[in-house]
Design a protein around this ligand. Structure first.
Ligand SMILES: CC(C)(COP(=O)(O)OP(=O)(O)OC[C@H]1O[C@@H](n2cnc3c(N)ncnc32)[C@H](O)[C@@H]1OP(=O)(O)O)[C@@H](O)C(=O)NCCC(=O)NCCS
Length: 359
């Protein structure tokens, strides 16, 4: 369009309030990020047609906290060129230049135009949080129908998006065969709906084995807390949470928690647990392989974990995957009344990449 230009907006107080409020269903939240976010506007003849705010969450991740277009400029426009899409494309390109490897965004499930714009700009839907806006007290229904779900979207640069771990609903026949081998279990990225079965599974595992950190019945993990943890893992560019699912139940998980500060953001700390009935079928090894593939895409260089010295099954698996024993914490745990040593193990993921894990 003539006389139209996209610009960075250094002064957040110059942003039109009306558009800001249109861009965030939770209007009261705007001041929490207004001065922290970077802002872009699309203007024509001095008039602001669209705005977009982007908040950096970590070294490699950012969130689109607000995105709105003047409703009057939607009418009559050719598909693919809405002001919001143009802004999203600009911010995506900027994100790629500045090393961002994951952009997330949120929208209300009723905001169909906005969801459409995000998808046309290359974002994809990754989670739905049912009744999110009900919890915040926002009334969003019209005609008596309450629509309060929040949709989470993600954009990854092409290199990272190409081969993300398999998601439910998209199995190749090879994946189906693999699920067969693992006793019907399928490995995939966690979703918010897994929170309840995942929390239950962790508690069951505490009862089944002394190899995890918690004693039986000690873990006070509510479904809500697990949901928050899942949400945090999904938002983190250098963290991964995989689950193994069988018959609708979570039967195993692998958490790779990314370092939080610049000096350790290249590392992940691993926790893995599989229900006894599903052990010894290659599920543990397969989850590590998925994690290694993901780590290569995200430039994670080192994985670390601890394991109780008597847990030879886990120790052998880790050794066979390339983990080295880096230290022994003598008597670090008391398990069933007896002191137990804890092995500190680490793995240089660059070596794994060169060598490959072929089992
Ligand atoms: C430890 C654990 C993650 C391993 O996963 P798994 O799916 O059972 O292991 P896999 O079937 O992938 O086996 C991989 C390797 O582990 C080792 N292993 C498996 N079962 C074993 C056993 N009964 N005894 C000794 N080693 C064994 C082998 O080295 C095997 O290699 P292989 O592929 O050449 O046979 C899983 O058993 C588990 O979660 N156990 C309970 C909780 C736990 O110990 N968590 C880890 C805390 S640090």
């Amino acid at each position: 369009m003539p006389n139209e230009f996209i610009a960075r907006e250094p002064d957040a107080s110059a942003l039109p309030e009306e558009l800001l409020r249109a861009g965030d269903p939770l209007g009261w939240r705007i001041e929490t990020y207004l001065n922290e976010a970077e802002w872009w506007t699309l203007r024509q003849d001095g008039r602001c047609l669209a705005l977009l705010g982007c908040l950096r969450l970590g070294a490699e991740e950012a969130e689109v906290v607000n995105a709105a277009a003047d409703p009057s400029c939607d009418s009559g426009e050719a598909p693919g060129v809405s002001p919001l899409i143009r802004l999203l494309e600009e911010v995506r390109a900027e994100a790629e230049r500045s090393g961002i490897r994951r952009l997330t965004a949120y929208a209300g499930s009723w905001e169909l135009g906005r969801l459409n714009d995000y998808q046309r700009a290359g974002f994809r839907l990754i989670a739905v949080e049912p009744d999110y806006y009900a919890a915040t007290g926002l009334r969003t229904g019209s005609g008596g129908i309450p629509r309060r779900d929040r949709v989470m979207l993600e954009w990854l640069p092409p290199s990272a998006a190409d081969s993300s771990p398999s998601r439910s609903g998209s199995h190749s026949s090879a994946e189906a065969r693999e699920a067969e081998r693992f006793g019907g279990a399928e490995i995939r990225r966690v979703e918010l709906r897994d929170s309840r079965p995942l929390a239950a599974m962790k508690k069951r595992l505490d009862r089944e084995t002394t190899s995890m950190l918690y004693e039986s019945g000690e873990r006070r993990l509510t479904e809500g807390e697990q949901l928050e943890q899942v949400r945090a893992m999904l938002r983190s560019a250098n963290s991964l949470l995989l689950v193994a699912e069988s018959g609708g139940e979570v039967v195993g998980y692998l958490e790779a928690m990314g370092g939080k500060v610049r000096r350790n953001q290249h590392t992940v700390y691993i926790v893995i647990g599989i229900l006894e009935a599903y052990t010894g079928r290659g599920l543990g090894r397969r989850m590590f392989q998925e994690m290694f593939d993901w780590a290569a895409r995200r430039h994670v260089l080192r994985a670390e974990l601890t394991v109780q010295a008597p847990n030879q099954r886990a120790y052998r698996l880790y050794r066979s995957l390339g983990f080295q024993l880096e230290g022994i914490m003598r008597g670090a745990l008391i398990v069933e009344g007896e002191p137990v040593d804890l092995y500190q193990m680490g793995c240089d993921l660059r070596i794994i990449r060169q060598r490959g894990v072929d089992k």
